[in-house]
Write a protein that binds this ligand. Structure first.
Ligand SMILES: *Cc1c(COP(=O)(O)O)cnc(C)c1O
Length: 372
C-alpha cells in the first residue's frame, strides 16, 4: 500500500529521480581541496561591483539594461531577447508554453544534454529520441520523420558532451520540415567557444527557430543563473506569459550588465581564447596515451574520451581530489569520460595524475611476484 504522501504526489512525479548534477554527485565533498573539472564551469571567477541601493524593491521582470546589452552582444533587437534563470529555465519555459502535459511530445537527439528530457518528464511531456549518427551529426531523416508528432525539437551546438557542431544545412532542413508544426530549439550554451558557428542570422527567416544562450559557460558566471532565449517577438510574448514575475534578481542584473559591457565581453573573449588553447594542448597530450581515443570534437570547453579502464581511471582521479565526469551511461558513449578545461596549473595536475595512472596500469609484475 502506498503511504499518504506517495499517494498525494502527482503520479508522474512519483517515478522521477532528481537530476544528477555534477554538483550533487560530489556535494558531500565541498569543503575539501578538490579540483572541479566536472561541470564545464570556468576555473576562475571574474570580479564585479554590486550596489545594494535597489534591494528593497522588486526587480523588473526583464531589466532593460540587460536586455539591451545582450541584444547588442548577440546582434539582435531587445524584442528578440528573453532573460531567464539560466538556459535551463529557457528549456522549461518552452516546454510549459508549447506542450500540453499528458498529450504532447518533444524530440531530443542523444547523446546530448540531460535537461531536455528531465524538464519534459517533470511536466508529464513525452520525449521521442532521434539518436545522432555515428559521427555525431544530426540524423536529419529521423528528426524530420517526427514532423507533426512533436511540439519542440531540441538540437545542441556545440553539443554537450560530444563537443560537436550541428551542420547549418541540417538545421535549415529541420526548420523547414517542422515549419508551422514545431519550434526548433537550438541550444548554443557553448557558442562563445565556437563563435563563428552561431545561427542567430537564421532567426529572421525562420519564425520557428529559438536559440538558447547562457552566461554560465564562456562568461564564467554559472553562479548567477542567467540565461537568454533568442526568438521572434511573437514567441517572446508567449514565453512572458509563463515566466515568473521576478525571474532576474537585482544583483544578477547588475552583474550581467557589467559582464556584457565592452570591457566585459573583451575579457570573456580573452578567457575563452586561453581555455581553447589549453583544450587543444590537453587533447593532443591525451591522444598520445595508450588505448585512449578522443570522442567527438572539441568545440566547447571540454574534451570527451574513451578508454577501457575508464572506471578505474575515474576512481583514481576522484581519490586524488580531481573531479571529472563519467558519461558512459549515455547512448553511444560507453567507456567515456569528460574533462572540463581548468587553469593551466589544474590541467597540468590532471595530466600528471592520468600519466601516473597509466604508468601504474602498465607496470610489469613486481619483482617479489617474479621471484616466487
Ligand atoms: C550548461 C548547459 C546549459 C545550462 O545552462 P545554465 O544557463 O547554467 O542553466 C544548457 N545547455 C547546455 C548544453 C549546457 O551544457
Amino acid at each position: 500500500m502506498l503511504n499518504w504522501l506517495t499517494q498525494l504526489t502527482s503520479e508522474h512525479v512519483r517515478d522521477l529521480t532528481p537530476y544528477e548534477s555534477a554538483r550533487r554527485l560530489f556535494a558531500a565533498s565541498q569543503g575539501q581541496q578538490r579540483v572541479w573539472l566536472n561541470a564545464n564551469e570556468s576555473p576562475e571567477a571574474p570580479q564585479f561591483e554590486i550596489s545594494s541601493e535597489l534591494l528593497n524593491r522588486y526587480p523588473d521582470c526583464q531589466p532593460d539594461r540587460v536586455l539591451q546589452a545582450y541584444a547588442t552582444y548577440s546582434g539582435l533587437g531587445k524584442q528578440n531577447v528573453v532573460i531567464t534563470r539560466g538556459a535551463d529555465e529557457g528549456i522549461e519555459l518552452l516546454i510549459r508554453a508549447f506542450c500540453t502535459p499528458g498529450t504532447d511530445k518533444v524530440l531530443i537527439c542523444p547523446p546530448t544534454y540531460g535537461m531536455y528530457a528531465i524538464s519534459a518528464n517533470t511536466f508529464n511531456v513525452g520525449c521521442i529520441k532521434a539518436p545522432l549518427n555515428e559521427d555525431f551529426s544530426v540524423d536529419v531523416a529521423s528528426v524530420n520523420a517526427a514532423a507533426g508528432k512533436v511540439k519542440l525539437v531540441f538540437l545542441c551546438s556545440p553539443n554537450n558532451p560530444t563537443g560537436t557542431l550541428a551542420d547549418a544545412n541540417d538545421i535549415i532542413s529541420i526548420l523547414e520540415a517542422h515549419k508551422d508544426q514545431a519550434i526548433v530549439v537550438l541550444d548554443e550554451a557553448y557558442i562563445e567557444f565556437s563563435a563563428a558557428n552561431t545561427q542567430t542570422s537564421l532567426l529572421e527567416q525562420y519564425p520557428n527557430l529559438v536559440i538558447l544562450r547562457t552566461l554560465s559557460k564562456g562568461f564564467a558566471l554559472a553562479g548567477i543563473r542567467c540565461g537568454f532565449v533568442l526568438a521572434s517577438p511573437e514567441i517572446k510574448e508567449i514565453l512572458l506569459k509563463v515566466i515568473a514575475p521576478y525571474p532576474v534578481p537585482d544583483p544578477v542584473a547588475q552583474i550581467a550588465a557589467q559582464a556584457l559591457t565592452h570591457a566585459g565581453v573583451t575579457a570573456m573573449k580573452q578567457r575563452v581564447d586561453e581555455l581553447s588553447s589549453s583544450l587543444a594542448s590537453l587533447s593532443k597530450r591525451l591522444l598520445e596515451l595508450d588505448g585512449l581515443e578522443l570522442v567527438g570534437a572539441q568545440c566547447g570547453n571540454f574534451v570527451l574520451f574513451r578508454h577501457a579502464k575508464n572506471i578505474e581511471l575515474m576512481q583514481y582521479l576522484v581519490d586524488n581530489n580531481m573531479l571529472i565526469r563519467n558519461q558512459s551511461k549515455q547512448l553511444m558513449l560507453d567507456n567515456c569520460l569528460r574533462i572540463s578545461i581548468g587553469t593551466p596549473a589544474q590541467n597540468a595536475q590532471l595530466f600528471e595524475l592520468i600519466e601516473a595512472f597509466f604508468a601504474q596500469e602498465n607496470a610489469p609484475l613486481t619483482s617479489t611476484n617474479e621471484a616466487v
